[in-house]
Write a new protein. Structure first.
Length: 228
């Protein structure tokens, strides 16, 4: 794998066997993601996009095939090793935000970094970084608000800031505009492009929204579990 290549999937598939009935959600997909680039994966609902993203992100083991992240076989190690990679090298943005409703916006952003916090000095640094990220995504004035007090667009901006708190190499976005109106969706895509240029992280955006292609460096189409 070249130095510019961050992630590479080789012939990965995912098969579910429910009640003796087999279903192939993803079928022999190969792709690669370059460092500091934005890849859009576009396809209709039920195409297998989210299942593929979960396998690429170390959340769901492929039934067959391999996923390499930064030259390492993602599924060859222990669950603990894979969890560490997810928490330190990857960020995740979901359609429904997945914010913790009992915590404020800034506490939500700090959460992934606090998993490794050993002392009060480090906690102060994490808070300062979280404030900087909330500033970057345009919601620093909402730092003390809980998710129930945020609009959909604001909540998604907070979730993007959270995804960036550990300075990941790759941010995986699963329908990040799917729960937003067209204006907010467009603003979120512009934000992702701006953050990509500022922080140099790679982004993979999985979506049914074809307008995402305008903001991506490369585009792939998926249908019936296969890349077209």
């Amino acid at each position: 794998m070249s130095n510019s290549m961050l992630l590479k999937a080789e012939n990965i598939s995912k098969r579910y066997d429910d009640s003796g009935i087999g279903f192939d959600a993803v079928k022999n997909v190969s792709l690669s993601i370059e460092r500091s680039r934005i890849l859009a994966l576009i396809g209709p609902s039920g195409a297998g996009k989210s299942t593929l993203l979960h396998m690429l992100g170390g959340l769901d083991r492929p039934s067959k095939g391999k996923v390499f992240f930064d030259n390492m076989d993602l599924y060859s190690g222990s669950d603990k090793q894979r969890s560490f990679i997810r928490n330190t090298k990857m960020g995740f943005v979901f359609q429904f935000y997945h914010l913790l409703y009992e915590f404020t916006a800034i506490e939500n952003v700090m959460m992934p970094a606090m998993l490794f916090c050993k002392n009060s000095t480090l906690k102060k640094q994490i808070k300062e970084k979280a404030e900087g990220l909330l500033e970057s995504v345009g919601v620093i004035k909402r730092a003390a608000h809980r998710p129930s007090q945020l609009s959909g667009g604001e909540a998604q901006r907070v979730s993007i800031a959270r995804a960036l708190i550990n300075s990941p190499d790759l941010v995986l976005c699963d329908e990040p505009t799917g729960n937003l109106d067209s204006e907010n969706a467009n603003n979120i895509l512009k934000l992702i492009r701006a953050l990509n240029k500022k922080f140099k992280q790679a982004f993979m955006i999985v979506t049914h929204n074809e307008r995402v292609s305008d903001f991506a460096d490369s585009v792939m189409l998926m249908e019936d579990g296969r890349l077209k």
